[in-house]
Design a protein around this ligand. Sequence first.
Ligand code: ADP
Ligand code: MG
Ligand code: ZN
Length: 593
Amino acid sequence: MKDKLTTLKHYYGYTSFRPGQEELIDAIMNGKDVVGVMPTGGGKSLCYQIPALCMEGITLVISPLISLMKDQVDGLLTMGVRADFLTSQMNMEEQNNTLRKAVAGQLDLLYVSPERLENDYFLSYVSRMTVNLIAVDEAHCISQWGHDFRPSYQSIPNVRRMCSNNPPFAAFTATATKKVREDMVNQLHLQEPYQFTASFDRPNLTFSIVHPKKKQQELLSILKDNETSIIYCNTRKNVERVHQFLNKKGFAAGYYHAGIEHDERNRQQEDFLYDKTTIIVATNAFGMGIDKSNVRRVIHYNLPLDMESYYQEAGRAGRDGVPAEAILFYSSQDIITNNLLIEQGNHPHAKKNLNTMITYCKTGQCLRRRILNYFDEETEWQTCDNCSNCNGETETINVTEACQKILSNIYRMKQLYGMGLVSDVLRGKEIARIKQLSFDQLSTFGIMSDYSDNEIKDIIALMVSEQYLQVGGNQYPILTFTGKTSELLKGTVQLYMMKPVKKEPVKVMQNNQDYDEELFEELRALRKSIAQEIGKPPFVVFSDKSLIDMAATPPSNTQEFLSVHGVGEAKLDRYGDAFLELISTYQEGKATS
Ligand code: ADP
Ligand code: MG
Ligand code: ZN
């Protein structure tokens, strides 16, 4: 067997393992079944790829999506690894060709879909391969308790019969719940597996909550044209609106939602993967199977429905380990909208999930800690210094009196209207509709004229999330009292709200490494042109982290180039000369100017 550290350096150009990787790799190489639970971007692939490369024979990788297989195989090929995949899009001859290579020992890894394991023709080939490991990626798909149940995952154990040498099974997922994990072990028939659950912390992500006055304007102050961002919106309509807005402002932005016709959707996704567009505006339909490593920020334009989805989506930022941002836009309107959606739907946990998200937005405590605690992870520290609550100042204000004014106004308006009109009356706006309804005659008309519309709506949203108000009506979000409202009206309970003291300036991304930005841009351009030449996404050539490393300590010979993060032998051979030449030309130019 080959040595795992040498293999890591040789192919990947990395010098050390992340927590858990080594233990999982060792267990696999000792022939044990394993379960690896790591957050998105945690580095699960390496845990089965290293054993695949160190052991004799071939590793079968079961993966749920063609796009995932392609990305992985592309990445492996540029590192000089003998990898391939089988998909239904390939013709018979292509498939047979790949199968023959697998049987002849010319492949280290073969990626297949779970459906393939229901195919006898394929299984007959497997029985002629020397299979050293069966790796199941996104293994939570086997469980009905998970969020991406895939029935054909249940045929995976069949493949064991076809392998005479009884290879180990390795299951990986980013979904941590205990139920799903137990289900994975049972359904895959794992035998006393070695289990490792990594911390869900993603130290390179900065978490922020912002309360934008105008969301679109806020986007303009955050986005940069040369940095990759994903913007998640709650509806197709919002996706299209934001997309149009950004294009009008001159950004190279794409868009993605399930309503877009199939080919167009693929094109949008490819453009994003290939850095032709740097920004993508999308619904939550976008993301599964996107392993793009250089996403610098994920912005949630609307409040997500639950913490699991939020963390998975936000986790798509900074997979390369370079600092990245997860920014959530908070607005009281979203809370009202989501509440109304919940009233109209019938998801048993929806309300609880939403309240978790609201509490997350309203907490004055460390956001990272809040998230980790949600996933049952305790932390030894209280603050992280890398989230908007740890970095910014917040104050607690008592809003009980404001609540009472709002409630008595809602009462006087007969509990028949929504947040917009309620706020307008309180602020004393002389508009036609208010006059028509004679609301300007109410004693509450104008009693909150010193508040902004947003401030009033924030307080209403707080009352809704604390169940002192409910959002009803079949079509319109009408505000009505609940059984608890009188407690607040009488003042037997007090309500408090966290507020940022000053508007949080969104932190400009800081890298922990000082580097020459001009050189970085030139390296990026070179990466892009090489990627175009070979028809692969740029991040497959080099990660942002590799380029930053080159721009920080520019290598001047092949030996130094090999010590750059993420440079292995194959990448040195293929791209070393081009990058070294660019760097030396750049430095000469600097010296003479
Ligand atoms: P996951 O499948 O868990 O979401 P990946 O396997 O795609 O994550 O890995 C995420 C990124 O981290 C990849 O770019 C990968 O090359 C990188 N990575 C994994 N392990 C290491 C390591 N030991 N050192 C440096 N980078 C690593
Ligand atoms: Mg993965
Ligand atoms: Zn923090």
